[in-house]
Design a protein around this ligand. Structure first.
Ligand SMILES: C[S@@+](CC[C@H](N)C(=O)[O-])C[C@H]1O[C@@H](n2cnc3c(N)ncnc32)[C@H](O)[C@@H]1O
Length: 170
């Protein structure tokens, strides 16, 4: 296992150099609670993880039957996530900057574990996407709530927001 520790250390150092921040994934156990008690994810869902990292959230979403799509800016994390899901066509991972990405029309749930400084901007991005695609999105945040917006539900460190399209497309 030593080679795996060395690999993880190299990826982590590279990640800090690339983004200026350490890489931290969602806790798998917390994600499972979120996908059962916060928002019961099902095969009717298409989940988008904005900033999908090593893909742990995508793989968990697949365990509940949802289609899973990730957008990730770090190429090494994209490669790792693609490798870990290589046998599952229900997982798609794009090397992309999510601020400049249009999510698919069929998206029902957007997940994020981002930076506290960006959470309000992310909410606005999700609302703009809900308005563009013309239907309500469930927005799950991990670690941070959205200032000034009441969540529909909270379980542990996860918050659920029901984001409706803006009237008149504003
Ligand atoms: C805290 S990690 C969360 C990873 C994963 N969503 C999880 O919950 O385990 C945040 C991820 O967002 C990615 N990220 C940051 N800014 C991004 C951007 N503008 N576009 C795409 N990914 C981004 C980072 O590279 C990192 O992998």
């Amino acid at each position: 296992m030593w080679w795996w520790l060395v690999f993880v250390a190299i990826v982590s150092i590279g990640f800090v150099a690339f983004t200026g921040a350490p890489y931290v994934p969602s806790k798998r156990r917390d994600v499972r609670v979120a996908f059962t008690e916060l928002y019961p994810l099902s095969s009717a869902d298409v989940l988008v993880d904005i900033g999908s990292g090593d893909g742990v959230v995508l793989r968990e979403a697949r365990a509940y039957g949802a289609q899973a799509i990730g957008y990730e800016i770090h190429p090494v994390l994209v490669a790792i996530a693609r490798f870990l899901s290589r046998r599952d066509p229900g997982v798609r991972i794009h090397l992309a900057n999510f601020w400049q990405t249009a999510i698919p029309q069929e998206t029902t749930v957007v997940y994020t574990f981002g930076d506290a400084r960006d959470i309000a901007r992310m909410y606005n991005k999700v609302q703009a996407e809900a308005t563009r695609i013309g239907h309500t999105l469930q927005f799950i945040t991990y670690g941070f709530d959205v200032p000034g917006i009441a969540p529909a539900k909270a379980v542990g460190a996860h918050y659920l927001y029901t984001v409706a399209p803006l009237q008149g497309g504003q």
